[in-house]
Design a protein around this ligand. Structure first.
Ligand SMILES: Nc1ncnc2c1ncn2[C@@H]1O[C@H](COP(=O)(O)OP(=O)(O)OP(=O)(O)O)[C@@H](O)[C@H]1O
Length: 245
């Protein structure tokens, strides 16, 4: 009799994460899993301002040190330097754009893969995925905000991450750009990359997320499919109404 195939660990497993800033408990025992059994999926982290969403990202990326808890990538402790995180398949976008303003679109997108074999090809593919081929030689400063937002996403995708953290990807975008963004997120997941996103735009979240985790005052107060979370009267009353504006 053959033994069952071993289950792969999740792409991201956050357990009992507690982060304090002086006397403030920003995260209080947060558990969160993205990509169980290494499958790709989209998980959205929502909640009111100050709930702790960005702090989860920062703890996952080693930018803040938890007082307790663990962050595992593919079952192993997450490194804390951006280069080593990228080597382990994790890329992120920032709440602001974080682009290099003196550089062109292509130069920005090349930064994470500088010196790597095949960098030009992977950069070209990332530009194509975000419909940026025509803007490759344009300085990013000369482009409108929604296009710069796509450049930031192309830069995160260029190293072909297996886990992508998106911090408010729909922020500042109009409905057409948000629809296009939803298409890109779906394509990325279909290609096998798991996505964790923090987002205030509830319609976008409900459209793209497989699962939604609701944070409030640093604690997970609900989680489930978009329909489950939407149908939770406590969530609706306490959070969706607040963040849907
Ligand atoms: N470096 C820091 N020093 C002190 N307090 C901080 C720091 N970073 C975050 N906080 C506090 O931790 C709490 C969680 O903040 P965080 O930015 O993670 O919330 P958020 O859910 O991402 O909010 P928003 O939706 O407004 O971006 C807030 O009370 C915030 O003021």
């Amino acid at each position: 009799m053959s033994s069952p195939a071993p289950t792969l660990p999740p792409r991201l497993e956050v357990s009992g994460l507690t982060v304090t800033f002086g006397g403030l408990t920003a995260l209080d025992g947060v558990d969160l899993t993205v990509g169980a059994a290494a499958e790709a999926e989209t998980v959205a982290l929502i909640g009111p301002n100050g709930a702790g969403k960005t702090t989860v990202f920062n703890a996952v990326c080693g930018l803040v040190r938890p007082s307790t808890g663990s962050v595992l990538l593919d079952g192993l402790a997450a490194p804390t330097s951006p280069t080593r995180l990228l080597d382990r398949g994790l890329a992120r976008t920032l709440q602001g754009l974080g682009l290099f303003t003196g550089l062109t679109v292509l130069e920005n997108v090349l930064v994470p893969v500088a010196g790597a074999a095949g960098a030009a090809e992977t950069a070209a593919a990332a530009l194509a995925r975000l419909d940026l081929q025509g803007d490759a030689a344009t300085p990013v400063d000369a482009l409108p905000y929604p296009v710069r937002k796509r450049v930031a996403l192309a830069r995160a995708l260029v190293a072909r991450p297996r886990l992508l953290l998106l911090d408010e990807p729909a922020g500042g975008l109009g409905s057409e750009d948000i629809a296009a963004l939803a298409g890109v997120v779906r394509d990325v997941v279909a290609d096998g990359c798991a996505v964790l996103l923090v987002e205030h735009h509830v319609d976008f979240v409900m459209d793209v997320a497989d699962r939604v985790v609701v944070l409030d005052f640093g604690r997970v107060v609900a989680s489930g499919t978009p329909d489950e979370v939407r149908a939770d009267p406590a969530v609706e009353a306490a959070y969706l109404g607040l963040v849907a504006a």
